[in-house]
Design a binder for this molecule. Structure first.
Ligand code: HEC
Length: 237
């Protein structure tokens, strides 16, 4: 009996841990390599993205940035505007007025303004759909990528990227970076990535909270189970 309980508890704990784990897998391995001015290859550490789904202000700002700076080229075809209104607690009228740049139906998904196929011929690579980008690359990768554009006159758009060498994407946040202090810029990009992480898994925060309580429940359950186990076997020599 005690082995049964143990294996059941183990199973539950395993499931709960995987509930809380999130995209930890993607975090390993750093954010790529680059060659510095002396010709030495260096590893680029990832910067940690400030993910916080309870910060609605940050998510709302991220949505605004995404629609203004990214949806021209990138779609997010698993995300509906109505879901943004609901989850991010933005009145639908405001979503319609300020955030629906590519459609006039609030139930529609986020489409790119310009057909990605056409863009492929401009940039040499089609801008990928970004709905699941943070799941694919990890939050920290996306955050570091957006902070790692630098001037490079040899590139067609005058910019290159430390994380994605010879990236076909222009440095679209260039003006924002020029206008803001380093700290403000990082905070804006943080909000943007927070929103992208929400797009990738809107229920992530709930999952983590549930995972936490499942573990707590199992730990508390351990006490009576342990005592019961002792009681059960006490007369067996
Ligand atoms: C002018 C068009 C354009 C705009 C605007 C744009 N992108 Fe891109 N983006 C691209 C292209 C083209 C690529 C493909 C780059 C490559 O593969 O070299 C890309 C690639 C990316 C990638 C890397 C995908 C991967 O996994 O390799 C990320 C992340 C990304 N964009 C995020 C953003 C975000 C966030 C914004 C808004 C701040 C944005 N992009 C705005 C054109 C654009």
């Amino acid at each position: 009996m005690s082995t049964l309980i143990k294996s059941l508890a183990g199973l539950g704990l395993g499931a709960a841990l995987s509930l809380t784990a999130g995209s930890a897998l993607a975090a390993g391995g750093g954010c790529g390599t680059f060659t510095n001015a002396d010709g030495v290859v260096e590893h680029l550490a990832c910067s940690e993205a400030p993910i916080d789904f309870t910060n609605k202000g940050s998510l709302q700002n991220g949505a605004k940035l995404f629609m203004n700076y990214c949806a021209g080229c990138h779609s997010a075809k698993y995300v509906r505007h109505s879901r943004i209104a609901q989850d991010l607690e933005i009145p639908p009228e405001l979503v319609e007025k300020y955030l629906m740049v590519t459609t006039d139906q609030i139930g529609d998904h986020i489409d790119a303004e310009i057909d990605p196929e056409i863009q492929a011929s401009w940039f040499g690579a089609a801008p990928p759909d970004l709905s699941l980008e943070t799941r694919l690359r990890g939050d920290d990768w996306v955050y570091t990528y957006l902070l790692s554009f630098y001037e490079d006159p040899s590139r067609p758009w005058g910019a290159n990227n430390l994380v994605l060498k010879n990236a076909a994407m222009p440095h679209v946040l260039h003006n924002l970076q020029e206008d803001l202090s380093e700290e403000e810029f990082r905070s804006e990009v943080g909000d943007l990535v927070n929103f992208m992480a929400w797009m990738g898994e809107p229920a992530r925060h709930d999952r983590q909270v549930i995972g936490f309580f499942v573990i707590l429940f199992l730990l508390v359950l351990l006490i009576p189970v342990y005592l019961l186990n002792k009681e059960y076997w006490k007369d067996v020599k």
